[in-house]
Design a protein around this ligand. Structure first.
Ligand code: ZN
Length: 343
């Protein structure tokens, strides 16, 4: 066997009911402040074990230490006024949320996720992946009352992300993935400046780098949005040629159960591709056979060397047991694909 397909998740996993509110995107912690770190760590370790037992080979901490993938990074950044909440339509008005506001130069004066990355590194022998929000998605999830444009603000955040990513890489993280769901909402701007900001974020890192671009969590707002996109989702058609020319190593994309034309994966010949072979909706649990078939579809368009099995998106808002079963199917289906396609 030349090579084994690896499997991984896009990043976030549900939080246990004893740690935080469940099945919601912005849960509240259920643990007092002085016990929070230990409980988050316990939860992360359970998920590391769960991923390993399911046969995944690129492991994450499941974002157990952060309430939300963007604000987890922002909470220690200076220049943000958390009391100045601005009501804003994000992802091109798909959801309206109250977001904090940038009121001064943004700066990062201390490590943000380093301790979390160390927990991950210490508790698995497998490859590790750590997720950070991408610069464009940050600027789409926070209000700007200081910089001249979103673009200018994104370049500043990209430098802070680069410093953070460099520390995580030095701590032994193998893959740093920047989550850029906003790329699909603003395809033209992504090509005009989003990828340039991403290049700043990944500059001179010693580890592999990835970008995750999806159609969002399996929640109602997104399902309605997806319904409005028609029979062929062609956002990747604009993005992929530019990404293929970038310095990013891996691209994580949505595929299973979507209307993304599979042949668009051909636009990324120079990249490793984390193909979404399980969905993130709560009402469907894939069988391993289904995962294997999704892999077979993808392999019509991507080479075996490029292929990594992944979930379409994060699983933070879905029920715990559903997520566990989906991950088991992901691991099992990838194992089946290894036997069938790689012998
Ligand atoms: Zn996603």
């Amino acid at each position: 066997m030349a090579k084994k397909f690896k499997a991984t998740t896009a990043g976030s996993l549900p939080k246990y009911g004893w740690l935080a509110e469940t099945e919601t995107l912005w849960p509240k912690w259920k643990v007092p402040e002085n016990e929070l770190w230990e409980k988050q760590k316990e939860s992360a370790m359970l998920w590391i074990e769960e991923q390993e037992e399911s046969g995944l080979e690129i492991i994450s901490e499941g974002e157990q230490f952060r309430i939300h993938f963007v604000h987890g990074f922002l909470k220690k950044i200076k220049g943000i006024d958390w009391n100045k909440k601005t009501k804003m339509g994000i992802r091109n008005d798909r959801y309206t949320v109250e977001v904090p506001t940038v009121v001064d130069v943004v700066s990062r004066e201390e490590s943000i996720h380093l301790k979390e990355a160390q927990v991950l590194r210490e508790h698995t022998e497998q490859l590790t992946k750590f997720t950070l929000p991408g610069p464009m998605t940050i600027t789409d999830t926070i209000a700007n009352d200081f910089y001249s444009s979103k673009q200018e603000m994104a370049m500043h955040f990209a430098q802070l992300l680069n410093a953070e990513a460099n520390e995580l890489s030095q701590a032994g993280i193998d893959i740093i993935q920047f989550d850029e769901p906003a790329f699909n909402s603003f395809t033209n701007e992504s090509v005009e400046w989003g990828i340039e900001a991403l290049e700043i974020a990944i500059k001179n890192l010693d580890c592999k780098t990835a970008v995750h671009i999806c159609y969002g969590y399996g929640i109602d707002e997104n399902l309605r949005w997806k319904d409005s996109l028609g029979n062929q989702w062609n956002e990747y058609k604009t993005l992929f040629p530019a990404l293929n020319n970038s310095n990013i190593d891996q691209v994580s994309l949505e595929f299973a159960g979507s209307k993304v034309p599979a042949e668009l994966m051909r636009l990324l010949p120079n990249k490793e591709i984390m193909v979404g072979v399980i969905t993130v909706v709560a009402d469907h649990i894939e069988t391993p056979e289904e995962v294997k078939l999704n892999i077979a579809e993808a392999l019509k368009h991507v080479s075996k060397d490029q292929f990594i099995a992944c979930s379409n998106c994060g699983m933070a808002p879905i029920p715990m047991e559903t997520a566990k079963l989906k991950i088991k199917a992901l691991g099992e289906g990838t194992k089946m694909a290894n036997t069938v396609f790689l012998d």
